[in-house]
Design a protein around this ligand. Structure first.
Ligand SMILES: [Fe+2]
Ligand SMILES: [Fe+2]
Length: 194
C-alpha cells in the first residue's frame, strides 16, 4: 500500500526540482505505469513510484547528472556516457537512493533503463519504459498507435516501441546503445515465436 506521506515527499521534491511541464509528465507516467501494472499483473505500488520518479534527475546540471551516473553499479556503456539526454536515467537511479533512501532494486532498475531498455528486461522496467511513451501528456505522431499496442500486449508494445526508438535514432544518425539492441532482439525473438 502506498504511503501518502512518502508520495507527498516525492512530489514536493519533484515540484521543487522540475519544471511544471515535467512535473505533470512525471505524475502522468506514474498513472500510466499503475494502469499497465494493473493490466499486466505487475506490482502497482512499485510501478507508481518508479513512474513518478523516473525523470527526477532530468533537470539537474549535465555535469551533476554525469557525476551521479558515475556512481551506478549497473552497466553504463560509452554511448550513454557521451549522450547528455541519456544521463538522467542513470543519474535518477542513483538520486533516488541518496535523496529518498530507496533501495528497491526493481524500482532502481526501472528508472535506470527507462530511456534505453535492456536485455532480459524485468516486467516493472518494461512497464515504466512504456508508461513514459504513452502518458497523457505525450503527443508525438504515433502515440495513439503506441497506446493501442500497450492495451493489447506488453511484449508487442515493447517490440513496437523499440522498433520506433531505433528507427528514430537511425534516421537522426545517432548511435544506439548495445543494451537497446539487445532489448530489441529479445522482443523480436518473442514476436517470432508467438
Ligand atoms: Fe526520461
Ligand atoms: Fe519521462
Amino acid at each position: 500500500m502506498l504511503d501518502k506521506k512518502v508520495i507527498g515527499k516525492y512530489k514536493a521534491y519533484l515540484k521543487e526540482h522540475l519544471s511544471k511541464k515535467r512535473y505533470n509528465h512525471s505524475v502522468n507516467v506514474a498513472g500510466a505505469a499503475l494502469e499497465l501494472a494493473r493490466r499486466y499483473g505487475g506490482d502497482t505500488d512499485r510501478a507508481y513510484v518508479a513512474g513518478l520518479l523516473h525523470d527526477c534527475a532530468k533537470e539537474l546540471e549535465a555535469s551533476k547528472q554525469l557525476e551521479l551516473a558515475e556512481l551506478s553499479d549497473l552497466d553504463v556503456c560509452d554511448i550513454e556516457r557521451t549522450a547528455v539526454p541519456l544521463f538522467h536515467a542513470i543519474a535518477g537511479s542513483e538520486l533516488v537512493k541518496t535523496e529518498f533512501g530507496i533501495t528497491d532494486k526493481e524500482i532502481i532498475h526501472a528508472i535506470r533503463y527507462h530511456t534505453v531498455a535492456c536485455k532480459d528486461m524485468p516486467k516493472l522496467s518494461q512497464i515504466v519504459y512504456l508508461a513514459d511513451l504513452i502518458s497523457d501528456d505525450r503527443d508525438y505522431k504515433d502515440v495513439k498507435k503506441m497506446r493501442k499496442y500497450a492495451e493489447q500486449s506488453l511484449e508487442k508494445a515493447m517490440y513496437e516501441a523499440l522498433k520506433f526508438s531505433i528507427s528514430d535514432s537511425v534516421s537522426k544518425g545517432n548511435s544506439i546503445p548495445v543494451c537497446t539492441l539487445e532489448a530489441y532482439n529479445d522482443f523480436a525473438k518473442l514476436m517470432k515465436n508467438t
